[in-house]
Ligand binder design. Structure first.
Ligand code: ASP
Length: 307
């Protein structure tokens, strides 16, 4: 039997070592650690990978340091539209939401879409109505407001037009896990790209692009300039490279992140886990908020360093 493992990310992007003052980075490490521990506890107690990734992502959504849930960035019209997805690798069942506002934990709504709606993908007002019908709580605008995000938005509006350029334009959270029974699951949640056009949807909720899980291959959650991950169907491509070309998870992830995405002009990273519980974190940016914990005792969180 393999290891039980959880891998998480809190986004990849223009994270430079010069931004690395401890006041800023210590809380990020702590937030990653809390999410890892919440997810790993589920796995260690014999719970499911789906519960583990949902818990870990909800924990990151509740942390205003990361661009998802509470910490979501502002769009061009000054409000927050969020995307999220979950997938389980045994049945290939999945659920996703796009462009939702005022939802405290979009990952829980995505999971409810998978388990309770009979559909795979809900967007906007319909998704929000579904949430209130099944009792998923909404929040007021003030819950999603932070001065730091507001200031970031003002900076970006002043200086940059290209949604992929500039400081901290990316950010997303995600988790992949394999449990003691061999179930692989993935979850991703995001506020998307800062100053995005209202209605813009990134890769995170698009099954096969930003999120994918298949027990026969791997679980993947992506972060980065989403349009490129959609165009290259990045998460599913990793699974296909394993299934059809026999690549290892690590080689497949490296092929996508270091060859395919950059050949289109894109940047970002991804986390992955295979059925044996081997976890990897690969990125072509200067950093990616990330962490891994497994049943062999491996436990780490990192931000910069070797992809
Ligand atoms: N991929 C996300 C998006 O394009 C953003 C990110 O991961 O930073 O919406």
């Amino acid at each position: 039997m393999g290891l039980h493992t959880i891998v998480i990310h809190g986004g990849a992007g223009v994270i430079q070592p010069s931004m690395g003052n401890r006041d800023r980075l210590d809380p990020c490490h702590q937030g990653l650690r809390e999410a890892l521990d919440a997810g790993f506890l589920v796995l260690d107690q014999g719970g499911s990978a789906l519960d583990a990734v949902t818990r870990a992502v909800a924990s990151l959504e509740d942390n205003s340091l990361f661009n998802a849930g509470r910490g979501s960035v502002f769009n061009e019209n000054g409000y927050h539209e969020m995307d999220a997805a979950v997938m389980r690798g045994d049945s290939l069942k999945c659920g996703a939401v796009a462009g939702v506002t005022h939802i405290r934990n979009p990952v829980l709504l995505a999971r409810a879409v998978m388990e309770q709606s009979g559909n795979v993908f809900l967007s906007g007002k319909g998704a929000e109505d579904f949430a209130s019908r099944i009792g998923i709580p909404g929040e007021t605008d003030s819950y999603f407001y932070s001065r730091e995000r507001w200031n970031q938005w003002q900076e970006v509006r002043k200086v940059h037009q290209d949604p992929g350029k500039g400081p901290e334009r990316f950010g997303t959270v995600g988790a992949v896990a394999v449990d003691q029974k061999g179930l692989i699951a993935s979850a991703t949640s995001t506020g998307g790209m800062i100053n995005k056009i209202p209605g813009r949807i990134g890769d995170s909720p698009v099954i096969g692009a930003g999120t994918y899980a298949n027990n026969a291959t791997c679980g993947i959650s992506c972060t980065g300039y989403g349009e490129f991950f959609i165009r290259s169907v990045a998460a599913h491509d990793v699974s296909c490279l394993m299934e059809y070309s026999g690549l290892s998870l690590q080689d497949a992830m490296r092929r996508v992140i270091f060859e395919k995405i950059p050949s289109l002009g894109g940047s970002g990273g991804m986390i992955g886990v295979d059925a044996q519980g081997r976890g990897y974190m690969v990125f072509n940016t200067q950093g990616m908020y990330r962490g891994i914990r497994d049943s062999s005792g491996r436990l780490e969180t990192s931000i910069f360093g070797d992809p």
